[in-house]
Design a binder for this molecule. Structure first.
Ligand code: MTE
Ligand code: MO
Length: 428
């Protein structure tokens, strides 16, 4: 533990002692007093004062959440345009990050991006096969059962859609950053399968293809395929959800979401970069530029307090958020509570992992004056998340309020806190 971390640990201990003293926590006598103030009976004895849930077969066989919990996915305001054809309704659906705790996105709340709107291929896993062919010695076609016989890996990884960008018009963190999610994925390393096939020396790229008409195909350098791509059939301890590509998808850790082909049925190993539906925009780029361009930069966002929430009054708060980087592991997150004048090192709530969300927190005593809070990430290859002003400066263009970050937008997200505790988009 370095001294910064020790300091923030000490701050946190002080903060929790102060919370207990101010009666915010329910520990000890302060808790009883507060419970009474909220019109609950003080805990009298062993009897149960709550009504009973009448269990159903469905609830018992496959559980669902409490009726008091109602956080849901919503259409994303930027990416969520209606499908241009008769096949679908909505392209992009965002995850409710404002309600998130920890780092795993529940599978039922994972963001969704599809070329086919709300219509999904209904793939029968008994009939589904995955074929690997092209610049290989021994082409391979695997059923799902055969795929599952290979040694597996289980890893935490985020996915993020390139459309996940914030501007001054979005109200809350679901709209600014909800097109990213993080799951525990289980599957077979692509490298395991490629070794089984035997790569020819001419193998430089591979194209992954999904089961729909538009196929969700993408060209990826073979080095990335041999490095850390996963042919995933499991998500958070069970089979993938249909929205996430049941029965199998490819995970391309740290790369823009569009590469993570769902309903995966074919991988063609190629000599050259392929022009696909997804890629007409990249045609003139070199391998190197393409690879850099598709990797998600270091990024973070405060999820509490965030837009449309209200903090009730001066006092102690734990500022909490998510940080990630496509370049590797999050090394450090800093939080500013004075509009970027000073930055303080945040704590991690879990051990940061490669290309995965990490939960950070910073204890903060709000004095009741209007301010702006923000966070920034540094990853283990030394990349640091920049302010929009800094990015405009780097591109040598004048900074204006509606400046649009070119490419993938990983700029710092400010939340404004008014004197009455209302939180709004700091870019507005
Ligand atoms: N087969 C297929 N794969 C696909 C897509 C698709 O429409 N079809 N959408 C891509 C896009 S744009 C993104 S951002 C991610 C989203 O993955 P998710 O829906 O599981 O969040 O899947 C990618 N893979
Ligand atoms: Mo996407």
């Amino acid at each position: 533990m370095d001294s910064d971390q020790k300091n923030s640990r000490r701050e946190m201990l002080k903060a929790s002692a102060a919370l207990a003293a101010s009666g915010i926590t329910t520990m000890g006598a302060a808790g009883t007093a507060q419970a009474q103030a909220h019109d609950h009976p003080a805990t009298p004895g062993s009897e149960n004062a709550s009504p009973m849930i009448h269990g159903s077969k469905e609830q018992i066989e496959y559980g669902h959440r409490s009726k008091y919990v109602n956080s849901v996915r919503v259409q994303h305001p930027i990416g969520g345009r209606p499908s241009p054809d008769v096949f679908g309704k909505v392209f992009h659906v965002a995850s409710p990050l404002q309600d998130s705790v920890g780092v795993i996105t529940p599978s039922s709340l994972h963001y969704i991006a599809t070329t086919r709107g709300s219509f999904l291929p209904d793939v029968d896993p008994k009939l589904h096969t995955l074929t690997i062919h092209g610049e290989v010695d021994r082409p391979l076609t695997l059923t799902m059962d055969e795929l599952k016989r290979f040694p597996s890996v289980t890893r935490l990884h985020f996915i993020e859609c390139a459309g996940n960008r914030h501007n001054g018009k979005q109200m809350n963190v679901q709209d600014t950053h909800g097109m990213t999610s993080c799951s525990e994925w289980t599957g077979v390393l692509l490298s395991t399968l490629l070794k089984e096939c035997g790569l020819k020396s001419s193998a430089k790229w591979f194209v992954s293809e999904g089961a729909e008409e538009v196929k969700g195909a993408s060209s990826i350098p073979i080095n990335k395929g041999m490095d850390d791509c996963i042919i995933a059939y499991g998500q958070n301890g069970e089979a993938l959800r249909p929205q996430q590509g049941f029965p199998v998808r490819i995970m391309v850790p740290g790369w823009e979401g569009i590469f993570h082909t769902k309903f995966l049925r074919r991988i063609k190993v190629t000599k050259d970069f392929y022009m696909n539906y997804n890629e007409f925009g990249h045609l003139t780029q070199s391998d190197k530029v393409l690879a850099l361009g598709e990797q998600i930069g270091p990024k973070s966002v405060i999820t509490y307090p965030s837009g449309t929430q209200r903090i009730p009054g001066p006092g102690l708060y734990e500022i909490s958020g998510l940080a990630w980087s496509g370049g590797g592991t999050v090394k450090m997150v800093e939080v500013s509570t004075d509009g970027g004048k000073t930055w303080n090192r945040a704590q991690f709530k879990n051990t940061p992992q490669r290309m995965a969300h990490v939960r950070f927190a910073y204890p903060w005593k709000w004095d009741g004056t209007a301010t702006t809070i923000m966070s920034r990430t540094t990853d283990d290859i030394g990349q640091k998340q920049a302010l929009r002003e800094e990015i405009a400066d780097w591109w040598k263009v004048p900074f204006e309020r509606d400046y649009r970050v070119p490419g993938l937008d990983n700029s710092v997200m400010p939340w404004k806190i008014a004197g009455d505790g209302m939180v709004t988009n700091g870019l507005a």
